[in-house]
Design a protein around this ligand. Structure first.
Ligand code: DQA
Length: 145
């Protein structure tokens, strides 16, 4: 089964960006880890990152057409994008929301809202990058449905 792991803005700077919050693993390392975790679970993982919201929306629209399961860390867009809300609403295969930190526990009030959560079968937050492994495990257990 093919699974998309989609990362939103600033996550390309993982490892360099606020490591005290997001850790020291780079995005390339995370991609390699996800590919390995996926292999162990019988999943073909395709990992992408973008700083351009329209690009993420295009990927989600294609995932809807192809009924592809999605692991989504939409980063800051999570908290304010109604277009993201609408794009996630149309997905029929499993959607897992992931955040490396726990946005609801953070000081900035804007992080306490998620426009992905209402559509996600599961939200994993505050588990560091292991959250991605847990998300893939959930998708493998769902068998794509
Ligand atoms: C994040 C949490 C968001 O609030 C933040 O805007 C991010 C990363 C996380 O993975 O913890 O960019 O999604």
């Amino acid at each position: 089964m093919r699974v998309l792991v989609l990362n939103g803005p600033n996550l390309g700077r993982l490892g360099r960006r606020q490591p005290e919050i997001y850790g020291h693993t780079t995005h390339d390392q995370l991609a390699a880890l996800c590919a390995g975790w996926g292999r162990d679970l019988g999943l073909e993982v395709e990992m992408r990152q973008t700083n351009h919201e329209g690009e993420l929306l295009d990927w989600l629209n294609t995932a809807a057409d192809q009924e592809t399961p999605v692991v989504l860390n939409a980063a800051a867009w999570t908290h304010y994008s109604l277009a993201l809300y609408d794009a996630c609403a149309q997905l029929t295969a499993p959607l897992v929301e992931v955040h490396i930190s726990e946005p609801k526990q953070r000081a900035e009030e804007f992080r306490h809202t998620s426009y992905v959560e209402p559509h996600a079968g599961l939200t994993i937050a505050g588990q560091g990058i292991d959250g991605y492994r847990q998300a893939l495990e959930f998708i493998a257990a769902q068998g794509g449905h």
